[in-house]
Design a protein around this ligand. Structure first.
Ligand code: AMP
Length: 288
């Protein structure tokens, strides 16, 4: 496994791999502090592609000034050995200066899909995400890029960017990997103190409650949201719900009456970490 810190170096490594016969190149963009969720994307890439690139870059432009850019975990050695043991061909780990040299002035944005949920709570976040992901696609030139369903809105926004800008690659979205108690794995889980960690599985439990209510026939989204909010308030008193939303899986528009498949998404702010999770609930045609 090779490690590239510059754009020139990773381009050369990918070009060499292609000359060496790699037909399909896969890219897994990450901010590091890798866990089993990330490794599931890497394994999916390794299963489908001939050469896998993992980017590790804590992207400053997707953090708001009050967020955790400085304190975000950066366990570089662990990350590299994890990549090596999962069959990664090359890691691209640039500095902020390499990605954003003095005078950098471009931006990629996607409207509509970004104006709800995470986009409402984290102003500027998706502009930072789209710009860095577009750069990574241009730098690495992958055939397939892998994202997690854990960040449902992010995956939808990236898909839209790729479709609207005719970027020549496929986006693969992999299922959310969870701890045994249901908490979605996240690099930020390490911030939680013991009491917060004890309360945190309620995010998943509340998604399961929403799923059960919808499957049992509840069609009023507001009523499902109210039940979810009260479970969160009862079982995670240290957390505060930023939002609980029931949205159309494709355009992310808020749903009032549940007539088809929906995504239930939520964000809960604990004192030490803000957590997000979501679940797609398929409503069989016969039950619509
Ligand atoms: P991050 O390093 O948090 O920016 O995440 C990098 C990629 O890993 C994103 O596409 C995330 O959606 C994905 N990811 C993060 N956590 C999980 C998880 N628990 N299960 C599956 N994918 C994940």
């Amino acid at each position: 496994m090779k490690v590239a810190k510059t754009i020139d170096d990773i381009r050369r490594l990918v070009a060499d791999a292609r000359v060496g016969g790699a037909g399909l190149v896969g890219l897994v963009p990450t901010m590091g502090a890798l866990h089993e969720g990330h490794f599931s994307l890497i394994d999916a890439a390794a299963g489908e592609c001939d050469f896998v690139v993992v980017s590790i870059f804590v992207n400053p432009t997707q953090f708001a000034p009050n967020e955790d850019y400085r304190s975000y975990p950066r366990p570089v050695k662990n990350d590299l050995s994890g990549c090596e043991s999962h069959g990664v061909g090359a890691v691209f780990a640039p500095s902020a200066g390499e990605m954003y040299p003095d005078g950098f002035a471009a931006a990629v944005s996607v409207s509509g899909l970004t104006e709800t949920m995470e986009g409402n709570c984290r102003l500027g976040h998706f502009g930072g995400v789209c710009t860095v992901v577009a750069k990574l696609f241009n730098i690495v030139g992958p055939d397939v890029a892998y994202f997690g369903a854990k960040d449902y809105q992010q995956a939808a926004v990236i898909r839209k960017m790729v479709a609207d800008l005719d970027m020549p690659l496929r986006i693969a979205v992999c299922p959310t990997v969870r701890e045994a108690d249901g908490l979605a794995m996240s690099s930020r889980n390490a911030y939680l103190d013991d009491d917060e960690r004890t309360q945190s599985p309620v995010l998943y439990e509340s998604l399961q409650l929403a799923e059960r209510l919808i499957r049992e026939g509840e069609r009023n989204a507001a009523s499902v949201i109210e039940s979810v909010r009260s479970l969160l308030a009862d079982n995670a008193p240290l957390g505060k719900a930023d939002y609980v939303a029931i949205v159309d899986p494709d355009n992310l528009a808020a749903v009032e009456e549940i007539k088809g498949d929906v995504v239930v998404a939520l964000a809960v702010k604990f004192p030490s970490a803000r957590l997000i999770d979501n679940m797609r609930v398929d409503v069989p045609k016969a039950n619509r």
